[in-house]
Design a protein around this ligand. Structure first.
Ligand SMILES: NC(=O)c1ccc[n+]([C@@H]2O[C@H](COP(=O)([O-])OP(=O)(O)OC[C@H]3O[C@@H](n4cnc5c(N)ncnc54)[C@H](OP(=O)(O)O)[C@@H]3O)[C@@H](O)[C@H]2O)c1
Length: 372
């Protein structure tokens, strides 16, 4: 059967060579469109398939005192999972226990302490028995201090890296035998700031580390049937993005600078930095934490979990596309910010007892900036 017969069979008329050419193009287009639609339907179907026997499966979550970890535990508990919630404080553990059912267990865990991790592992081993651990969610994290790199000392970097990077690695290596037993999943909470480095301090570095550790681990242990998923949330209203502690830390960093370094930035830099940061954070932070916990739940429940989940509209349509762009795009955005920081803005009306007319006229320009 030649091509012209195929076209005629499909309802095309292959009379002239021009017609025949355009029919051929149309056929290709229909073919591609049909393949895309079929692939999408297949992908959605596969993505919706769930595992069985949820109430026989144990999941360990770190950093459950507040934020995403806290909400995730409540939701997994409601779904029927056997949840083991690692809390940093007794109060956090007691509050969570009061808000959940009898099957949720809490354990005190500081991910910066090897002894604490080992103790949690020994306790969990007893708890899960022969079944092993289905899920480990490395969620615990801290963001402070965050600010210009030059303002930090080495210990400022280390305090964040110890929780967000070393904590994730040590938790994973310690609990891996239990995960292997259950052929389960490891869910690591990174961030869009693990895709776009927009802030000084240990936070972005730690989240880039979580991304690369998770990629290496996934490739290394795929052989054992273990899945490794990465959650990349955008900006959400939690303790990590709370402005008061972030600003307190910025003041602390500023106060530890020498007079020469302070002079090189100018006396308005810190105030402008804080003002612009407030503007951006108030604009971008989403209060619907379920956008993140839905991704975590999918990673634990889906028969075919995804490798990466980007949570939040700012992540999907802002940060992730931005991460594929040339570095100069972000560099230019930050350069515009820097110009604003060094500009001598008059104080805002609420800081001045006698606001003059020029104070009322001046407004901060809308910022395309990219930092937390
Ligand atoms: N919020 C966002 O916009 C955002 C965006 C991207 C990624 N993330 C990531 O999401 C994860 C959860 O953060 P969150 O936003 O839900 O903030 P959060 O409410 O502060 O949650 C972090 C949890 O980690 C705990 N924690 C801190 N240090 C710990 C340690 N050494 N050992 C064990 N637990 C420790 C905290 O306990 P305490 O409350 O007792 O300090 C808290 O419960 C973090 O990894 C964060 O980096 C957040």
């Amino acid at each position: 059967m030649d091509m012209d017969s195929v076209y005629q069979y499909l309802g095309f008329q292959a009379q002239t060579s021009d017609d025949s050419e355009s029919s051929r193009v149309n056929l290709w287009l229909y073919g591609v469109a049909t393949s895309v639609v079929l692939w999408t339907i297949g992908w959605l179907y596969r993505d919706s398939l769930e595992i069985e026997d949820i109430n026989q499966k144990h999941v360990f979550v770190t950093g459950c005192d507040s934020g995403f970890g806290n909400l995730l535990c409540k939701r997994l508990d409601r779904r029927g999972f056997r949840v083991i919630a690692g809390c940093l404080t007794e109060k956090g553990a007691d509050d969570l226990k009061r808000a959940t059912g009898p099957y949720l267990k809490t354990v005190l865990l500081d991910v910066t302490s090897t002894a604490s991790i080992q103790k949690a592992m020994d306790w969990t081993k007893q708890e899960v028995g022969e079944k092993g651990l289905w899920g480990l969610v490395n969620n615990a994290g801290r963001s402070l201090p965050m600010g210009p790199s030059e303002w930090m000392k080495l210990e400022d970097f280390n305090s964040t890296l110890k929780v967000n990077m070393t904590g994730v690695i040590e938790m994973t290596l310690t609990f891996l035998p239990l995960i292997k037993q259950a052929q389960g999943r490891i869910v690591n909470v990174a961030s869009v700031l693990g895709r776009v480095a927009a802030n000084g301090g240990g936070y972005c570095i730690s989240k880039f580390a979580v991304e690369s550790f998770s990629d290496c681990l996934r490739r290394d242990i795929h052989y054992f049937g273990i899945k490794v998923c990465i959650i990349e949330p955008g900006f959400f209203k939690t303790a990590v993005t709370s402005l008061d502690p972030i600003e307190r830390e910025l003041h602390r960093l500023w106060n530890q600078l020498t007079p020469e370094v302070k002079a090189s930035y100018g006396d308005k830099y810190l105030d402008n930095y804080i003002q612009i940061q407030r503007l951006i954070m108030n604009a971008v932070c989403d209060s619907d934490l379920s956008k993140v916990t839905n991704c975590m739940e999918h990673a634990l429940i889906s028969a075919y979990p995804r490798t990466r989940y980007s949570a939040g509209w700012d992540a999907k349509f802002g940060w992730i596309p931005l991460s594929y762009m040339p570095s100069c795009v972000i560099d230019i955005g930050l350069k515009l910010d820097l110009r604003r920081m060094t500009y001598n803005y008059p104080p805002p009306p609420w800081c001045s007892s006698t606001p003059g007319p020029e104070t009322d006229d001046v407004q901060l320009p809308p910022s395309p900036s990219v930092f937390i």
